[in-house]
Design a protein around this ligand. Sequence first.
Ligand code: CA2
Length: 177
Amino acid sequence: MGNAWTNRIIYGRLNWSSYEVKTHKCDMRMPLEILLINGPNLNMLGVRQPHVYGRSSLKDLEILCEREARSLGLSIDFRQSNAEGELVSWIQGARGAADGIILNAGALTHSSIALLDALGSAEVPTVEVHMSNIHRREQFREKSYVSVFAAGMVCGLGSYSYVLGLRAIHNILNSRQ
Ligand code: CA2
């Protein structure tokens, strides 16, 4: 996790025969670690329903997120699972190990109190993302349990929801005291 400071040694030439040595306190923080979690069926991206979720595959999405993360100085761990229990374990494991979470919980967004409880106990800043606009679809998609503990949510912009989600978590983490 990114929180280390170090003294950098600076050598400066005073004249032909002597040097001064100063130390300068500088920020050598490690990149902030972001756990990016994709839930059930998101492994099907680009394979079916392109009219809803676009033509990009999950691998394309990972490459896009890696590129955006690198430009923001973030390190991401990009994962996908169809199993609710595995998602719960990943969120539990983020406590003390990740600086932030980006979460697209897929359909579990609308049903999983187990995910909600895991997010509540993890106490890791979380941004919720969705490819589709969950407010322009079936009514059951309007309710998000994830939103209860999320700092914010981006939806409806396809892959770009993830790009904005990464920018948002970067902003949240860098504006902490
Ligand atoms: O819009 C989103 O990102 C969703 O989280 C996607 C979920 C859906 O249940 C949520 O309401 C909104 C579904 C992910 C399934 O993704 C597929 C992709 C291609 C083909 C089939 C499923």
